[in-house]
Design a protein around this ligand. Structure first.
Ligand SMILES: Nc1nc2c(ncn2[C@@H]2O[C@H](COP(=O)(O)OP(=O)(O)OP(=O)(O)O)[C@@H](O)[C@H]2O)c(=O)[nH]1
Ligand SMILES: [Mg+2]
Length: 440
């Protein structure tokens, strides 16, 4: 899926990652590579320029956060901007406490009827009571098609083949299912004498039914046209969400992604085949990750790995053998702090947000400050052998550092915990980590 876009983006990314310097010239070249990749995959030219201009501006203006190289920062900016282009996070939100109504819109053959059936099945699997309404009065056999497609899913179908007014069918269908279903999906016509007539009918259906959301179904294989098509529908009836179909075979398909930008609506699902289960929830960040070839967390962690962590061989030895001093402990805390700032960087990368509790991190950083001042008030002997700290020494250290005795006791407890941790089996992981760091 979208092979040309993926290849183009990955080539641009790997070129900048492999390059010697990241100066203005390199950034501009990167941006040109991106533009080419996007436009060649049928992304609307204006959108492609907008996105790449933002990438360029941010890459030139913003300083990389601590512990992140310029190259990695640029890649994460690209990641950010592409995910933003696709409408950010958050899929279709439906509550079982009400009767949600969706109207499916789209031109002939885009996949409305198929997608109606796919959605109906997916949500009935998720425990929704689903009803579908066959409001396509143009296509011969439209009702039969829908009935066949949902036959295996235990979904009720409302139809009225004698009625020629699609607005009436849609309204009546909604009325029938109101209260007894959690989800009502209204399939509409795509075939019409002329496009204007189709858009007018859509307007009336949407006006009559007042759905919770209109879903625009777009054929992923139609390229550049996607943008103007989405815009035309959006002007007739505001699009609430998008489903892009036929992305299974599409080498291009970047055009469909720009439909999201044309309407400002999120892509909720993508159709990846003709079978009823070929519907995938669309997550922009995961998608962009896949496009850029950094799908998993590990790769991303490596991408922003903290190159500043310097490992003191002797200290590692001491800590590992259980002879840890207070200064070693402090050094450990400092490293954790660095790791903390790394996590903060990750937080700004979509997909990671929410996984990092920055309040917790801030608290941890504050504690490290407290510990540091306490350790500075210790004598050399106390630092090397914290076991020698009795209650009178503890009082003196507290006074000297301006901290409470409770704080000093807390630090001593942390020290003991760390020491035990290193000795126990749990410490194996820590030791491995340190060994790995030591190898670099
Ligand atoms: N490969 C593939 N084919 C699809 C997908 N979604 C729909 N199709 C096929 O596209 C064709 C048209 O799908 P329909 O669901 O009938 O399209 P429609 O929008 O309802 O068309 P009208 O009712 O004429 O407006 C059918 O042959 C479907 O099997 C998809 O995700 N992948
Ligand atoms: Mg249809």
């Amino acid at each position: 899926m979208l092979d040309s876009l993926r290849e183009g983006l990955q080539a641009a990314v790997s070129k900048i990652l492999k390059g010697n310097v990241v100066d203005e010239k390199a950034v501009k070249e990167f941006v040109r590579d991106l533009q080419r990749a996007l436009i060649q995959s049928d992304v609307n030219v204006r959108i492609a320029l907008e996105v790449t201009e933002r990438v360029q501006k941010r890459a030139l203006d913003e300083k990389p956060p601590a512990g992140v190289t310029k190259k990695d920062q640029i890649v994460s900016i690209l990641y950010d901007e592409l995910a933003r282009l696709l409408g950010g996070e958050g899929g279709l939100q439906l509550s079982k406490d009400k009767t949600n109504v969706l109207v499916m819109l789209g031109v002939q053959g885009s996949g409305k009827t198929t997608t109606t059936a796919k959605l109906a099945r997916l949500y009935s699997k998720r425990g929704f009571k689903v009803g579908v309404v066959a409001a396509d009065t143009f296509r011969p056999g439209a009702v039969a098609q829908l009935k066949t497609l949902v036959a295996s899913s235990g979904v009720e179908v409302y139809s009225d083949e004698k009625e020629k007014d699609s607005v009436k069918i849609a309204k009546e269908g909604r009325k029938q299912f109101q209260g007894s279903k959690n989800l009502v999906i209204i399939d509409t016509a795509g075939r019409h004498k002329e496009e204007k007539g189709l858009l007018q009918e859509m307007k009336e259906v949407v006006g009559g039914v007042k759905p919770d959301a209109t879903i625009l179904v777009i054929d992923g294989t139609i390229g550049q046209q996607c943008y103007s098509q989405a815009l035309a529908f959006h002007q007739a009836a505001p699009v609430g969400g998008i489903i892009v179909t036929k992305l299974d075979g599409a080498a291009k398909g970047g055009g469909a992604l720009a439909a999201s930008a044309a309407t400002g609506a999120k892509i909720y699902f993508i159709g990846t085949g003709e079978r009823i289960d070929d519907l995938e929830e669309f997550a922009p960040t995961r998608f962009v990750g896949r496009m850029l070839g950094m799908g998993d967390l590990k790769a991303l962690m490596e991408m922003v790995k903290d190159s500043e962590v310097v490992v003191d061989e002797k200290m590692t030895q001491r800590v590992m053998s259980g002879k840890m001093t207070m200064n070693d402990l402090l050094a450990q805390f400092e490293q954790m702090k660095k790791f903390g700032s790394l996590k903060k960087v990750l937080e700004h990368i979509p997909g990671f947000s929410g996984q990092v509790d920055s309040k917790e991190l801030d608290k941890a950083e504050d504690r490290v400050k407290v510990y540091k001042s306490i350790i500075q008030s210790m004598t050399g002997e106390e630092k090397t052998n914290p076991e020698t700290i009795n209650s009178s020494r503890l009082k003196r250290i507290a006074r000297g550092s301006g901290r409470s005795e409770k704080d000093v006791r807390e630090l001593l407890t942390r020290y003991k915990q760390m020491k035990t941790l290193v000795k126990t089996s749990k410490g194996r992981e820590l030791r491995q980590m340190m060994r790995r760091l030591g190898e670099e």
